[in-house]
Design a protein around this ligand. Structure first.
Ligand SMILES: N[C@@H](CCC(=O)N[C@@H](CS)C(=O)NCC(=O)O)C(=O)O
Length: 392
């Protein structure tokens, strides 16, 4: 049996685990907590005097360095050559990417992340940021129009590079601490939320700011959705603003992974009421990430209107306000509405849709058109985050 000494926050260590999974190799993973200095204990120093993770033990053979481990596992245990082909030029390019990770990309990431994670530092120096940007630029060039770092095939080099790049995200998560029986996540401090910005009466948010924030929000939503995550609780107080005015999506407490091919059902009791999509209000359990697009539409409307668009006090009042604005839905504008779980539980008197100009009198034509497309009953008609026309 192979044993891998592993520490999950370490990118090289994660790369070794990824390779073992990619190759379908059964490995006994032994967690070594670097924060508790377990890697400096004599037992481990006997195995690896350089005291680094990952370290692989294969019988009486010991190997460390994630890239060397990846090559060894692929050469020794892979069923075929798929992920580390022997053809000399192909293999040379994979090795070049692995060396690039080892000598250029990972050191640039480590220089920034190490002081933040281990030394309670919160400064990123400009020269370090530029070095990392340069390295990420090379990575972009390697990928070019392909899907992977060497052409269109997944190789062991992708495992190393993706593990390294994913470490950049840890910078946002400043620390993980165990306190008694719970885990405390220490996040980057962001001074205010979009909710504070909207309600700051002394300096009302301008249309230009509104558009910039919505654009940032949509690019975050697009990133999440492309990575199969639906947030399910987007609202102004979950959109945080950094000192330099960068908007970041926070609070993934209700977020879920979804798959297009999956027919799994989800809870409908998600999203803070005012930003909850109508399919959720009618109890749908097979909704899509378009619930987030509805929420962004509500947020855009609220930024222009300076008041929430649909401020229901109860779930029923929420539905009544939405219907009072968009008009009574039917099977023509919203195919499938009559089959939603809670559709027959409550009926409202018939109402016609209001024009968005009457709902948000201060709205400009372009913003109102965008709100109208995002706030459609039929989720299939709502644009994806990328399809929302850029607001200028
Ligand atoms: N190039 C090595 C880097 C390994 C490395 O630096 N590991 C760090 C964790 S990210 C470590 O074990 N540090 C503890 C130490 O050096 O004492 C690899 O790819 O495996």
């Amino acid at each position: 049996m192979l044993t891998l000494y592993h520490y999950p926050p370490s990118a090289p260590s994660r790369a070794a685990v990824l390779v073992s999974k990619l190759l379908g190799i059964d490995i006994d993973i032994h967690i070594l907590d670097l924060k508790k200095k377990q890697h400096l204990k004599p037992d481990f120093l006997n195995i690896n005097p350089q005291h680094t993770v990952p370290t692989l033990v294969d019988g009486d053979f010991v190997l460390w360095d994630s890239h060397a481990i990846a090559m060894y596992l692929a050469d020794t245990y892979s069923k075929d050559e798929t992920f580390y082909p022997k053809e000399p030029k192909y293999r040379a390019r994979i090795n070049q990417r692995l060396n690039f990770d080892c000598g250029t990309l990972y050191p640039a990431i480590r220089k920034i992340c190490f002081p933040i994670i281990w030394l309670d530092n919160d400064i990123i120096y400009e020269n370090e940021r530029l070095l990392l940007n340069d390295a990420l630029g090379f990575l972009d060039i390697f990928i070019g129009n392909n899907d992977f770092v060497v052409g269109n095939h997944l190789t062991i080099a992708d495992c190393s590079l993706v593990a390294s790049v994913s470490s950049i995200l840890i910078v946002e998560l400043v620390d993980i601490r165990g306190v008694e029986n719970s885990v405390v996540l220490v996040m980057e401090y962001l001074p205010c939320s979009l909710s504070d910005v909207i309600r700051y009466v002394e300096k009302p948010i301008t249309l230009a700011q509104t558009k910039t924030y919505i654009q940032m929000c949509l690019s975050g939503v697009s990133y999440m959705h492309n990575n199969h995550i639906m947030h399910r609780d987007l609202k102004p107080s979950n959109l945080l603003i950094s000192h330099s005015g960068i908007l970041k999506i926070a609070d993934f407490g209700l977020a879920r992974i979804y798959k297009k091919t999956d027919l799994r059902t989800y809870s409908h009791q998600v999203a803070t009421r005012w930003y909850r999509a109508p399919e959720l209000l009618y109890g749908s359990r097979t909704y899509t990430p378009k619930v987030d697009i509805w929420s962004v539409g509500c947020i855009l409307g609220e930024m222009i209107h300076r008041k929430p668009l649909f401020p229901g006090e109860t779930d029923i009042e929420q539905l009544a306000i939405v219907l009072g604005t968009l008009g009574t839905p039917d099977e023509i504008i919203w195919p499938g509405v009559t089959s939603l779980p809670d559709y027959n539980k409550i009926s409202f008197s018939h109402t016609s849709p209001k024009s968005w100009k009457t709902v948000i009198p201060d709205g400009d034509k372009q913003s109102l058109n965008i709100i109208a497309t995002m706030l459609q009953y039929n989720e299939a008609e709502r644009p994806s985050a990328e399809e929302v026309p850029s607001i200028n």
